[in-house]
Design a protein around this ligand. Structure first.
Ligand SMILES: C[S@@+](CC[C@H](N)C(=O)[O-])C[C@H]1O[C@@H](n2cnc3c(N)ncnc32)[C@H](O)[C@@H]1O
Length: 238
């Protein structure tokens, strides 16, 4: 997807990018490719592919959630910034918190945020299991997102403790989303969530399948979750 088609495709969804915002996406691309030479950030480096498979793909979350109203967003395992940084560029009013267990990626994101002059973005080098126990952040976010971090049952334990009551946990998945969701229903219920929606669609052009799973937080998460770092992965609630 070339940048002009990217802009037009977003326009069709009601998102009008200014020149400044489009420039921010170009700078994001340049920095991603430059830093990717020194560290592993992405296997996708072609400009058109990055615009489609990282930038556009990240923004698809906003087709199903009103980010003009939602204010605080936590992105668990954002890696090189997906989906939260493209969302922040499109919706500058968002207050973004990123948690990732890899210090090098946090270093890249701090530099990126400075170069893009993003405000109200904070970064934490931490594991979601410990971050979710921190009183300052536990059950404090309107929306928690995660893309390509863990399977749904594990991911629910990493993300739902951070969502405030009546907030939403939004998981970005590929074609395996529905299947993963079936196995995660027990975990979602124990952790205080309720499946609200599952949106399935294909990405433009290359037509690979995507699913966006929306979980509403209806009850507080029991204090015993998340369990110790590594436990959700080793012994998922299934
Ligand atoms: C495959 S990458 C995906 C990155 C990004 N979300 C994307 O879609 O491109 C997974 C990221 O999750 C982070 N991660 C994995 N487990 C985590 C945990 N328990 N807590 C915080 N970050 C974690 C990794 O360091 C990595 O940056």
């Amino acid at each position: 997807m070339n940048p002009t088609v990217f802009q037009q495709s977003l326009q069709e969804k009601g998102i009008e990018l200014t020149t400044k915002q489009l420039d921010q996406f170009h700078t994001y691309y340049e920095l991603l490719v430059e830093w990717n030479k020194k560290m592993n950030l992405t296997s996708i480096t072609d400009r058109e592919e990055v615009f489609l498979k990282h930038f556009y793909d990240s923004i698809t979350v906003s087709f199903y959630t009103d980010f003009t109203k939602e204010t605080s967003l936590c992105d668990v395992g954002a890696g090189a910034g997906f989906p939260s940084i493209p969302l922040k560029i499109c919706f500058p009013n968002l207050r973004v918190t990123i948690v990732d267990s890899l210090q090098k990626r946090i270093g890249f994101l701090e530099h990126l945020a400075e170069q893009l002059q993003l405000e109200q973005v904070q970064f934490f080098h931490d594991r979601a299991e410990t971050f979710g126990k921190n009183r300052d952040f536990r059950e404090s976010f309107d929306v928690v997102t995660a893309r390509a971090v863990a399977r749904m049952s594990v991911l629910s334990e990493l993300c739902l403790p951070l969502v405030k009551k009546e907030g939403r946990f939004i998981a970005m998945k590929g074609s395996q989303g529905k299947e993963e969701l079936e196995k995660a229903k027990k975990a979602i219920s124990i952790l205080g969530g309720k499946v609200e929606d599952i949106h399935t669609f294909t990405l433009p052009k290359e037509e690979s399948e995507r699913s966006i799973i929306v979980i509403r937080k209806t009850k507080n998460t029991p204090k015993s979750y998340p369990r110790k770092a590594g436990t959700p992965n080793r012994n998922p609630i299934e």
